[in-house]
Design a protein around this ligand. Structure first.
Ligand code: GDP
Ligand code: K
Ligand code: MG
Length: 301
């Protein structure tokens, strides 16, 4: 595309690991934007989301394309199979892998660990959430991983507190190959605005509802009109059963109203503009196992 120097560096950095270790928090911190939604529930992230960072390091221009991915799980639905194919895709593209664990996670022999141990791609092992542990516990965990996992580097971090993220950045940027930029320099992500609108609504559903509701819910933005001083958004919220629809709505619609207000406030922050949000709760039986539904919702890898 535009002008870039012959020593321009660019590459793909994939963030992978088990559910809830802090992958999305880490990506947002590294990119400096709230691109990925974050909740305390597993399976919040269902897609591969790219966050692009352009800059200059030691006088050399670079472009880093981070990929946040769903946590690694054993698939129980077609939806999960699609989520795991996003993880595999991001591993195939990676120039550098950030394998994220946290201070609590126990090492177990699983497919991903095996795969990472045999991969030609450099792996940085990040031990997250050190803000919740004593220095002794961190040292112990680090020693443990040193003895059980072959990595280019093992770095204890706190994604929330941004602790040691400079060290992570340095470890990444020194391993970046010389390559022209993959994306135009003004692009921040590979996903369209509609995607982020649906994710923000989904985040509020994850926060406001319990048990199986968040997992049975999908959000599709069916209308997105960016007018001069307001964005008008129509969103379908799909659940699997009538009983779930009733829970989502709440008494006299109070729960969906609360969710809508929270979503609108976050949408206004994200887009930096006033938002009018209309939500429609619909039933799409068994969507997590239906290929046609999944394709319509963007899980078509
Ligand atoms: P993901 O499922 O791996 O993407 O993890 P998330 O980024 O969604 O984070 C899962 C939970 O862990 C959320 O409640 C985060 O606020 C929390 N979390 C993430 N990073 C840290 C950290 O460095 N310290 C602490 N204390 N909590 C964290
Ligand atoms: K999570
Ligand atoms: Mg996530």
């Amino acid at each position: 595309n535009e002008n870039y120097s012959p020593d321009h560096k660019a590459g793909f950095v994939s963030i992978i690991g088990k559910p809830n270790v802090g992958k999305s928090t880490l990506m947002n911190q590294l990119v400096g934007e709230r691109l990925s939604i974050i909740t305390s529930k597993a399976q919040t992230t269902r897609h591969r989301i790219m966050g692009i960072l352009n800059g200059v390091h030691n006088g050399q221009e670079f472009q880093l394309i981070y990929s946040d991915t769903p946590g690694i799980i054993k698939p129980q639905y077609r939806l999960h199979e699609s989520m795991m194919s996003f993880v595999r895709g991001s591993l195939e593209d990676a120039d550098i892998i950030l394998f994220v664990t946290d201070i609590f996670e126990k090492h177990d022999q699983n497919d991903v660990i095996d795969r990472l141990q045999h991969s030609q791609t450099p792996v940085l092992l990040l031990i997250n959430k050190i803000d919740l542990a004593t220095p002794e516990q961190v040292a112990e965990k680090k020693l443990y991983w040193e003895q059980n996992f072959k990595a280019e580097d093992i770095i204890p971090i706190s994604a929330i507190g941004a602790a040691n993220l400079d060290q992570v950045f340095d470890a990444i940027v020194t391993r970046l190959p010389v390559h022209p930029p993959f994306f135009p320099k003004d692009e921040m992500t590979d996903k369209p605005e509609r995607f982020f609108a649906s994710e923000i609504i989904r985040e509020k559903i994850f926060l406001n509802y319990k048990k199986e509701i968040p997992y049975s819910t999908e959000v599709v933005v069916t209308g997105f009109k960016d007018k001069e001083d307001i964005i008008v958004i129509q969103a379908e919220i799909l659940v699997e059963r009538a009983t779930q629809r009733a829970i989502l709505l709440g008494e006299g619609g109070n729960m969906i109203k609360k969710t809508g207000i929270m979503a609108r406030e976050e949408l206004e922050r994200f887009f930096g503009k006033k938002v009018f949000l209309e939500q429609f709760v619909k039933i799409e039986p068994d969507w997590r196992n239906k290929e046609r539904s999944l394709r319509r919702f963007g899980y078509d890898q």
